[in-house]
Design a protein around this ligand. Structure first.
Ligand code: SF4
Length: 446
């Protein structure tokens, strides 16, 4: 598998964007960029120069960025005389890496040499925007953040609102490459054959956020109530229910589903099929094929096939698809390690708030998933994170650090790892949702 790309979803350069969308974004658009809506919840970030991203990701480079790097004349810099700085790959050009896996421009002080010599604006766009995720949302941009970045998880640095100037600049950068105003992009469809306007899509989203933020209940119960509300909405038509009437409908259904959600102990165990499909999904989330912590799947095709088979069967020792996976069995991972600690729950709540607020889970930032399908994929990250946290807690990590590492791994792939959109994965995700397994898996692994 190729490296997961560092880029935010700057639609024209991300590998998961279908060709028609690339064409759509080819011509320059010169209007004022749309305003950027900052995340309202508490999320801080500032680069701490851990260099993790510069050692892990493949960084796509546009033709213009390649020309800029050529003009920087790196061949005259000692150490770069014979070094290739940009390489051609299957998806276009990308920054070259040194034999130890780091970007050729990463200095021994963990700082970017392009940045140090020419300033931030001289770096490729993907480097500048990471770990932010810019999501077009009608008449404005929403901003998410990737929890693959350890600083995003640690919540270290300035508030998101303090990044307003650079975020507006990023919006301008992205809009400069588009064929038409980003404001003309339609809202992601709710499901095949059912579309709504941007304001109505945001009404659905606001209803889900109201449930998510209701701290009177445990997080896992709130997520299951969101599943219940989504199930009602999936079965409904909204052609004549729009605007204030839609809000009324959502208010009534939110109240109704609140009473219907059973306690976790009353939720049936996930079925054999549900657990098998879930383990196969989790295998994608914990697989690391490059950079620090590379796992065994990078070694040979045979090991990849054998690991996939082990995850499907769910017996024996868990294959070390990530170097940090300790020696534990699938049976161990199914044994609870105790309730979610308040610190871990607060972290997971912030993660889901960021994903919901930013709308990162549907549309161009998640393989063009429809709204409900993207929601299901997001909700399924909860049991995946919990499963991985159990695995890491069986090793040497305390519950909070086990959750942090699990979250990093899952959000490294979520919306970016093309394996999540390949083969039968989209079908598996729909099967889990259609069979009612999502709520069962949330309860089971909580
Ligand atoms: S160009 Fe700079 S910021 Fe981008 S990956 Fe290389 S070292 Fe990191």
């Amino acid at each position: 598998m190729s490296r997961i790309r560092k880029t935010i979803i700057c639609m024209e350069s991300s590998f998961q964007v279908p060709p028609r969308f690339i064409l759509f974004w080819q011509r320059k658009h010169v209007d004022m960029p749309m305003p950027v809506r900052s995340l309202p919840m508490l999320q801080n970030w500032d680069c701490q120069s851990c260099s993790d991203c510069c050692r892990t990701y493949s960084v796509p480079v546009t033709a213009a960025e390649r020309a800029i790097i050529a003009q920087q004349n790196w061949s005259a810099v000692p150490g770069y005389e014979t070094l290739e700085t940009v390489t051609a790959g299957l998806d276009g050009y990308q920054l070259a890496h040194t034999p130890d896996g780091a970007c050729v421009f990463l200095g021994s002080d963990n700082r970017c040499k392009i940045h140090a010599k020419f300033g931030a604006a001289a770096k490729p766009k993907a480097c500048r925007i990471y770990p932010f995720v810019m999501v077009p949302a009608g008449d404005h941009w929403r901003v998410g953040i990737r929890f693959a970045c350890p600083t995003a998880i640690a919540n270290t640095g300035r508030k998101m609102s303090a990044h307003a100037t650079e975020l507006a600049e990023f919006a301008g950068l992205l809009e400069a490459d588009t064929t038409r105003s980003t404001a003309e992009l339609p809202a992601p469809a709710l499901q095949p054959g059912q579309s709504v306007s941007w304001p109505d899509l945001l009404r659905f989203n606001a209803a889900l956020l109201t449930i998510l933020n209701d701290v009177a209940y445990p997080l896992e119960r709130r997520l299951r109530q969101i599943v219940a509300l989504a199930d009602v909405c999936k079965k409904s038509r909204f052609d004549a229910v729009q605007g204030p009437r839609l809000k009324e409908f959502l208010d009534v259904m939110t109240a109704a589903t609140q009473d219907d959600v059973p306690s976790a102990s009353a939720v049936p165990k996930p079925s054999w099929v549900g657990r098998m499909l879930f383990r196969q999904l989790t295998a994608i989330y914990c697989r690391k094929d490059n950079g620090p912590d590379t796992g065994i799947a990078s070694q040979s095709r045979w090991i990849r096939i054998r690991s996939a088979w082990q995850f499907a069967r769910g017996t024996g020792t868990i294959p070390k698809l990530h170097a940090k996976i300790p020696t534990v069995t699938f049976a161990d991972a199914d044994e609870p390690t105790g309730p979610i600690t308040p610190e871990a729950e607060a972290l997971l709540l912030r993660y889901f708030q960021v994903k919901f607020e930013s709308l990162q889970f549907c549309g161009p930032t998640n393989f063009h998933r429809h709204y409900w399908e993207g929601l299901d994929s997001l909700l399924m990250t909860f049991p995946a994170i919990q499963w991985l946290a159990r695995v890491f807690a069986r090793g040497s990590l305390d519950p909070l650090n086990a959750t942090k590492l699990a979250l990093r791994l899952v959000d490294d792939s979520y919306g970016y790892n093309k394996l999540l959109d390949a083969g039968r994965q989209p079908w598996a995700m729909r099967t889990l949702a259609d069979r009612g397994e999502v709520a069962k898996l949330i309860a089971w692994y909580a």
